[in-house]
Design a protein around this ligand. Structure first.
Ligand code: GLC
Length: 633
């Protein structure tokens, strides 16, 4: 049962769609205190576990660390971090007592989940305006399902968005895209989408296309479509401040940009230089920005990724000036350790600074609000602008859209990707751990940059990561400018890559129906083993395997130079290895197994009495035979 409790006068985040009458706050079941901060406290028993928080570092069981909900442009997804790009304020506490808690509050929240004191959770935030939802239920999954019901159905992308996708910051000319397409085809590597990063724009201006690079963009989009390739351009949150650039001029004339304390347009620096930040909390501005995507949909584009929408701020004018003042003070002087750190921090601190987030304002349909107080919904509302426009104009399931920053609620109109990870083995595992947590919060269409965004990928890392990516709804290989090329054909012999990618296409009908079912029935695609085997102590603690749908379990290899891994079977299962058209099967008993898995194999475990359909391999989703499927077992 879901109970709602209201504190003060909360900002409407639109996270919850079901109308629930609030109970009196005195009946709130956890310890609540409202003073300088609001704190919610509860004790944990020795074996209690805490699940949730969506996109975050560390384990599936979140106990033992301190997290923050604060959408952050954080490229280093290391253990010491507290916040990444999403603010997903939902947890499930699992032990003798089980409950869910959603804190619907759009500013910063600190979640001390047994870090300061191992037996205690303390959740803290500043303004006494929030809706708190307390959910009790029979099981962890039951609690998640009740939560998912009140936040509304998850976004479903078009079918082709389940195909394999290639991206790279750095593809700029038409030839680059044609080369990617042809290289996949020549090497028997399937492909459905190629991404266009900021390089396609005219000087990084949203809704423009560089005419020198793309003399006839519409014709190019349609030529790629004729080869069954969808081009997916990026859209950034900031709009370049430039007179004569129609998007800026329209926004400026209508007062659609965020303002500073004096009511002037707030100016900050991102890719194109100084930008205005569209005021996505204003419904007119939101509708206006959404309608701008038409420039590209008119040219045949049918998918987008929204970026830098935390919003990421490289600098503000006042931030830069402060840093220059600090540096001026030390010019020509001897600098000791303290002076050195002070000036270094002054320069590093200009990016994504809290001072800047405190210094601009929204006109939320007549109500002036400081950005800091609503920070976590900015990116969501940007993506909502696009998602709502697409639904109105083209109907549901017609356009692909996903975002970097997000808050619960955005799951109804878009997907998310997990931002700028590294080509590190540990990030394969982090990718796996995030999947059930984001599912709990409604985000189904999601995935990480396969192969890693920063740093250089090795051949074996790429293959192992793809073997996990085979199962994630968004299966996109993406990397940063200047890193080692990591397209599937860049590592010599492509056969192993073709074998792994073929498995994705063989599984698409199954993955797609699992996805639809999860969206329509508030299910999770990926579950921690603890959700299905709550009485199995080993299963409860497994952090490198996931349940998939209601039939399977996955356990990818995520360490270098390993040809085998330990897998725990919580019940008897059929161990399957898929590779190209080959299928290896072996019945295994409940318990631990050390299983050999080669680089071109995708391991899968099917529960007793279950089966899944397999399609024939295809080079893209348009050519995928969706009828006459065979059974895996
Ligand atoms: C950000 C995005 C990344 C993109 C880059 C350039 O870092 O997270 O995916 O490639 O910007 O647009």
């Amino acid at each position: 049962m879901v109970k709602k409790f209201r504190l003060g006068n909360p900002f409407n985040t639109d996270a919850v769609v079901e109308k629930i009458e609030p109970c009196g706050i005195d009946a709130f079941p956890l310890e609540l205190s409202v003073g300088e901060n609001v704190t919610i406290e509860f004790n944990l028993e020795k074996d209690d576990m805490v699940f949730g928080l969506g996109e975050a570092v560390r384990g599936i069981n979140k106990r033992g660390w301190i997290y923050e909900s604060w959408c952050t442009d954080e490229t280093n997804h290391t253990e010491d971090k507290r916040a990444l790009y999403g603010a997903h304020n939902f947890i499930v506490v699992s032990g003798k007592t089980k409950f869910g808690l959603f804190v619907d509050y759009p500013s910063k929240i600190e979640w001390d989940l047994g870090y300061s004191s191992p037996e205690k959770c303390v959740i803290k935030f500043e303004n006494p305006d929030a809706d708190l939802y307390y959910i009790d239920g029979e099981s962890e999954l039951d609690i998640v399902k009740q939560f998912r019901k009140i936040i509304g159905k998850s976004y479903i992308p078009p079918f082709w968005a389940f195909g394999y996708q290639q991206s790279c910051w750095g593809y700029s000319k038409q030839e680059d895209f044609v080369n990617v397409r042809e290289s996949h085809r020549e090497n028997n590597l399937p492909l459905d989408c190629i991404y266009m990063d900021i390089d396609y724009m005219e000087h990084f201006k949203d809704f423009t296309v560089n005419r020198e690079l793309f003399p006839d963009f519409k014709a190019f989009v349609s030529e790629m479509k004729a080869h069954n390739i969808h081009l997916i351009p990026i859209i950034d949150a900031g709009v370049k401040k430039e007179k004569g650039y129609s998007v800026y001029d329209e926004g400026h004339e209508n007062g659609y940009f965020c303002t500073d304390k004096d009511g002037n347009e707030f100016e900050c620096g991102v890719w194109p230089g100084i930008v205005g930040l569209p005021d996505f909390l204003n419904s007119d501005a939101r509708r206006w920005f959404g309608s701008k995507y038409k420039v590209l949909t008119d040219m045949g584009i049918d998918g987008f990724w929204n970026d830098m929408n935390e919003p990421a701020l490289f600098y503000s004018k006042q931030g830069l000036n402060k840093a220059f003042d600090k540096l001026d003070k030390i010019r020509g002087k001897e600098v000791d350790i303290w002076g050195f750190f002070e000036s270094k921090n002054a320069v590093l601190g200009i990016q994504n600074s809290m001072d800047d987030y405190k210094s601009f304002y929204h006109n939320a349909d007549g109500k002036r609000v400081c950005h800091k107080d609503v920070h976590n919904i900015y990116g969501s509302f940007m993506t909502r602008a696009a998602g709502e426009y697409f639904e109105e104009e083209f109907g549901k399931e017609n356009k692909l859209i996903f975002s970097r920053a997000s808050y619960i609620g955005a799951h109804r109109t878009s997907g998310i990707w997990f931002g700028d990870n590294f080509s590190w083995w540990e990030h394969i595992l982090l990718n796996l751990k995030m999947l059930p947590s984001v599912n709990m919060c409604g985000f189904l269409y999601s995935g990480a940059d396969l192969g890693g965004f920063n740093n250089n990928a090795s051949r074996d890392l790429m293959l192992r990561w793809l073997a996990l990516g085979v199962f994630t709804p968004l299966m996109r290989n993406h990397r940063a400018l200047g890193t080692r090329a990591q397209e599937a054909y860049q590592f010599g012999d492509c056969k192993d890559f073709a074998d792994v990618l073929a498995v994705r296409y063989r599984l698409i009908p199954y993955l797609y129906s699992t996805f639809r079912n999860a969206s329509e029935n508030d299910e999770m695609i990926f579950k921690p083993l603890a959700f299905e085997y709550p009485d199995d102590k080993i299963a409860r603690e497994v952090e490198d395997q996931l349940m998939l749908g209601s039939e399977c379990m996955i356990a990818p290899v995520y360490e270098q130079n390993k040809t085998a891994r330990n897998v725990y079977l919580p019940e008897d299962m059929t161990f399957v290895k898929l590779s190209g058209e080959n299928v290896y099967k072996e019945e295994l008993k409940k318990g631990w197994h050390y299983l050999n898995i080669e680089l071109n194999e995708v391991p899968l475990f099917v529960k007793k009495g279950k089966n899944i359909p397999l399609a024939k391999p295809a080079l893209n989703t348009a050519e995928l035979e969706r009828e006459n499927l065979e059974n895996l077992l």
